[in-house]
Write a protein that binds this ligand. Sequence first.
Ligand SMILES: [Zn+2]
Length: 395
Amino acid sequence: MKPLVRWLSLLAAASMSLPPATPSPAGSFDPQYENRREAKNIIFMVPDGMGLADVTAARIHKNGIDGPPLHFETLEHIGYQRTYSENSTITDSASAASAWACGEKFNNGEICFHGDGRPNPASILELAKGMGMTAGLVATSTITHATPAAFGAHVANRHCETEIARQYLQATKPDVLLGGGLSKFQPAIADPCGSSGDLIPRAMKAGYTIVRTKAELDAAVSDGACKLLGLFAMEGMTPDHLRTPGTAEPRLPEMAAAALILLEKNKNGFFLMIEGSQVDWANHANNPQYQVGETLAFDDAVKTVLDWINANPGRKEHTLLIVSPDHETGGFAVNGPTDRLLRSGEYVTAGWTTGGHTGSDVPVWGQGPGSSEVGRALDNTDLYRIMKNLLKEND
Ligand SMILES: [Zn+2]
């Protein structure tokens, strides 16, 4: 217990004149209540497949060669992590996210599920839910894609996306699910795990408000929805650089803002994973406009989260924010130009060594309680332990 919290508790016990602490409505701030509660929030943000050179390219495009840092670059602690999986020097997104979510190495393709029969550990999201916290998953891929799936499902094969959806609704029950992937909830054929059927009626039965557009998302938030399933595209969402004004799909920062409003209603704290899924797809495609667009859209979402955290001292004291790519994709390098300095709006001269993932270590940024632990050379499984230690303090 923090000294200020202990002092307030003693004061409250000694004096009946202090009003009882009551939760404040979502979005408002009651300093007395915030200082008393000891809940810890964890926000885990993933720019999938983003290497350090991607950061250089996006920052130069936005701010010029000597301009200010991107928002996630301003976090207090910076380290880097190994990403290898149990069976490969080069991880995929499933085993990398499983290492974070469940704290062990998994084979490529496994979603917190050991194919050899070893027991599957509970994920950080499941631990948080078990402690009375709320939880959310936000992504610009299908919401059942490998990275969010590792936090909310246990399956042998990442392609079992309908089974992953079923487990979200019937087993792990995240309070907020926002992304693409309506086709996985209403599949034309069974997935590789044999799961099929229309899951939307099941979601409604489980208490989810279903939204398909940004307007519906905004309406659900202002109507006070507590459980929200947003499926804004049949598959992945529209890449940021291809969007036109007036699109019905929310952007990643808008989904992040909606998730924060809903999850904060629970005063026991929350776990929220937010993924900029398509930095990876842009690097697979060796496409600089796509890569910079997705990296900057992800950074906009980080700004939304930082603005939320910094809006009051209680949030700042009690929220761990980690920003971490899962692996590098493309072997992307900044090769030029060598004869002049780039200005904002320009693209670096670049090259890729592969259309796949690489085994390079990737950076990790952090701020808030427990975040000093990320400021060193890590293994990806260490991030699980850093988050779990914070949950223990909630217990
Ligand atoms: Zn990935």
